[in-house]
Design a protein around this ligand. Structure first.
Ligand SMILES: NC(=O)C1=CN([C@@H]2O[C@H](COP(=O)(O)OP(=O)(O)OC[C@H]3O[C@@H](n4cnc5c(N)ncnc54)[C@H](O)[C@@H]3O)[C@@H](O)[C@H]2O)C=CC1
Ligand SMILES: O=C([O-])CC(=O)C(=O)O
Length: 326
């Protein structure tokens, strides 16, 4: 049996965590041979509710759950942490864009970054889920100067999964047959879901759909799916967000499938002309617990314009939180 790893989940009494924690403890994120210790962070008023969640985790008798920490102190939560899923943040309501949350949520992530820098394992893998995820990840990363910036990522896997299903449904294919879907940029309505590299059973996907559907239905549907869920449910995506977080971390830790890639918000090294240092979603291949941006993809004028637009929004978000970026 492997040694247990320490997994931090923030916002642990919230909606997303109510799906997420149980799946981590069941082994769906790191494998059925990897014991975990859950280190759960909440704000003080939510600690009582968090105790209830911990009681339910106990009641599952998960063989892989080797311990739990419940705390309202980030300095305790991040102690020796190997993985961290930063979910704790306010969700948006109807009529809001995710960046409208910047003011309410940004400050949370400078605190988290500092605590990670002080207390976590030097090899920690961080996934930011709380919105606006890319810019919150940037804030956390910049507040953790002793940790490699590559270890801070933001979640666009939900967008990636949404795009897979839209394309599968349109073409009457199975999601299992689709590879090489790409989400570029921000987890926001400027994101660019790109099917130009996608394959269906090994054949190019783009010629199988009309350009009009691709540009005027598929792209806006994926961009606006979060808002559509909020309208229908009266609350933002929770189980599907937790699922995406599991997929993101699983691929990062255990590797992407052979011949495929994942969309991940990662530290830009200037690939594809994207400003260095932004947390931008790229197609990434993961191997041996590390990710690499897929290089050498041909970029059309249409794609280039869309990739630039979402980059511009990320640069604006970065500039709006300059006071939180040491
Ligand atoms: N990147 C993505 O694809 C997605 C991101 N989200 C975002 O995830 C976040 C969480 O969503 P839900 O779980 O639905 O919200 P929720 O409101 O149900 O839960 C959030 C929890 O975070 C806690 N919290 C607030 N400040 C905290 C702090 N400083 N430290 C620790 N915990 C703190 C709250 O007490 C609450 O229990 C939201 O910002 C939402 O917009 C949601 C869906 C998808
Ligand atoms: O839309 C929201 O606010 C929640 C979210 O990020 C998503 O569902 O993609």
């Amino acid at each position: 049996m492997k040694q247990p790893v320490r997994v931090v989940v923030t916002g642990a009494a919230g909606q997303i965590s109510y799906s997420l924690l149980f799946r981590i403890a069941a082994g769906e994120m790191l494998g059925s041979d990897q014991p975990v210790i859950l280190q759960m962070l909440e704000i003080t008023p939510a600690l009582e509710a968090l105790k209830g969640v911990a009681m339910e985790l106990d009641d599952c008798a998960f063989p892989l759950l080797h311990g739990m920490v419940i705390t309202d102190d980030p300095n305790v939560a991040y102690k020796d942490a190997d993985f961290a899923l930063l979910v704790g943040a306010r969700p948006r309501g109807p009529g809001m864009e995710r960046k409208d949350l910047l003011e309410a949520n940004a400050a949370i992530f400078s605190v988290q970054g500092k605590a990670i820098n002080e207390h976590a394992s030097r090899d920690i893998k961080v996934l930011v889920v709380g919105n606006p995820a890319n810019t919150n990840a940037l804030i956390a990363q910049r507040n953790a100067p002793d940790i490699n910036p590559r270890q801070f990522t933001a979640m666009t896997r939900l967008d990636h999964n949404r795009a897979l299903t839209q394309l599968a449904q349109k073409t009457g294919s199975s999601i299992n047959d689709i590879t090489k879907m790409t989400i570029w940029g921000n987890h926001s309505s400027t994101q660019y879901p790109d099917i130009s590299k996608a394959l269906i059973s090994g054949e190019a996907a783009e010629p199988k759909v009309e350009q009009d559907w691709y540009r005027n239905e598929f792209i806006p549907v994926v961009q606006q799916r979060g808002a559509a869920i909020i309208k229908a449910r009266g609350a933002s995506s929770a189980a599907s967000a937790a699922n995406a977080a599991i997929f993101h971390m699983r691929d990062w830790a255990l590797g992407t499938a052979e011949g495929d890639w994942a969309s991940m918000g990662v530290y830009s090294d200037g690939s594809y002309g994207i400003a260095e240092g932004l947390i931008y979603s790229f197609p990434c291949v993961c191997k041996n617990g590390d990710w690499e941006i897929v290089q050498g993809l041909e970029i059309s004028d249409f794609s280039s314009e869309k990739m630039k637009a979402t980059e511009t929004e990320l640069a604006e978000e970065r500039d709006a939180v300059a006071h939180l970026l040491p």
